[in-house]
Design a protein around this ligand. Structure first.
Ligand code: TYM
Length: 334
């Protein structure tokens, strides 16, 4: 397809913790397949991470490790623009402008803000509140058509559309209105220990969260201990059987099997067979990614070359949009 006609994709992950199975299945797994048909931008969203206190050395290390993991998950830096958010100043610059076109009421309705301000009640900072305006800037700078994310980010992408629509309504067609791109299965991977909650890197119960870099024995232990219910049948019913349904969802994304096929495969067999089988499947899916990430992490010069090149490419696209916006709102060109 002609480069000019390709639709644009942008997404990102906060390097505020190690990469989780939730982020892998809900987001990254789909990214690698898109490179041939779309013009793709993927970032390490380090500016979003500091809305919650971070240890600086850990944030730096995780940002580079996340880049290694992106590549290990199949993102070819030749075909995708991979960059660190804070390396592209236009994100902060556009986010300020968009703050002035985002309503206080809209931000108060954001579920993630409500949840995070409960979790971090000692640090409800303005950045946590205006975070969606920064996310809107991330997306709109690249005129993205599609934003591949898990279900929890849908509300932020919808707000981005509203902000873009409002801005366009005043100044004409400046921004493309993006669509969320959410997988049919895997959009909401739940905690293995409390399956009512989303699997999250900030979950204090580490048994509920599987990390892409977990050694196989840890993954197996977490799956064997996964909370199920007092029945024995493997049946998809997210309301009555949230634990088993979550495991079925994970197994389905890993193997491509439908829920009906999974029910058939485990008919007459109990959770004692099912849980380790899901664990083994996840171990084998993540093994090459873990090994390749470990190899890449050692190659600091290569990773630096990738993020420098990514920043240059991202800056040139982002600055075009930013210049247009500055002109529209009435800033004097320098
Ligand atoms: P973050 O860092 O919380 O999560 C990264 C991606 O992983 C998805 N995800 C999940 N999907 C399914 N099940 C889960 N348990 C699960 N946990 C996480 C998220 O939906 C997300 O797609 N604000 C974003 C990062 C961001 C961004 C952007 C995304 C910043 N700017 C612009 C898209 C476009 C976030 O906090 O994701």
């Amino acid at each position: 397809m002609d480069e000019q006609q390709k639709k644009v994709i942008l997404s990102g992950i906060q390097p505020s913790g190690a990469l989780t199975l939730g982020s892998y299945l809900g987001a990254i797994k789909n990214w690698a397949e898109l490179a041939d048909s779309y013009d793709c931008y993927y970032m390490m969203a380090d500016m979003h991470s500091i809305t919650v206190r971070q240890n600086p050395a850990d944030l730096r290390r995780r940002t580079v490790e996340q880049l290694a993991a992106y590549i290990a998950c199949g993102l070819d830096p030749q075909k995708n623009t991979i960059f660190v958010q804070s390396h592209v100043p236009a994100h902060a610059q556009l986010s300020w402008v968009l703050n002035c076109y985002t309503m206080f009421g809209e931000l108060t309705r954001m579920t993630q803000y409500k949840m995070k301000s409960e979790q971090h009640s000692d640090n409800i900072n303005a950045g946590l509140f205006t975070y969606p305006a920064l996310m809107a800037a991330d997306i709109l700078l690249y005129q993205a058509d599609l934003v591949p994310v898990g279900g929890d980010q849908k509300q932020h992408v919808e707000l981005t559309r509203n902000i873009a629509g409002r801005f366009n309504g005043i100044y004409g067609d400046v921004f493309k209105l993006p669509e969320p791109y959410i997988p049919a299965v895997g959009a909401r991977v739940m905690s293995l220990s409390t399956p009512e909650n989303k699997m999250s890197k900030s979950d204090p119960d580490q048994n509920g969260c599987v990390y892409v870099m977990d050694p196989p024995e840890d993954i197996m232990r977490k799956f064997k201990r996964a909370v199920t219910d007092c029945e024995t049948s493997v049946r998809y019913d997210p309301v009555e059987k949230p634990g088993v349904s979550n495991l079925m969802q994970i197994y389905s994304v890993c193997t491509g099997a439908t829920f009906a096929q999974i029910e058939q495969e485990f008919a007459g067999r109990g959770y004692g067979d099912f849980k380790p089988k899901v664990g083994e499947t996840v171990v084998e899916m993540l093994r090459p990614i873990r090994e390749e990430t470990q190899r890449l992490i050692k190659d600091k010069a290569y990773l630096e070359a990738v993020y420098k090149d990514g920043a240059a490419r991202a800056c040139s696209v982002a600055n075009k949009t930013l210049r247009k916006v500055y002109k529209k709102v009435g800033f004097v060109a320098l």
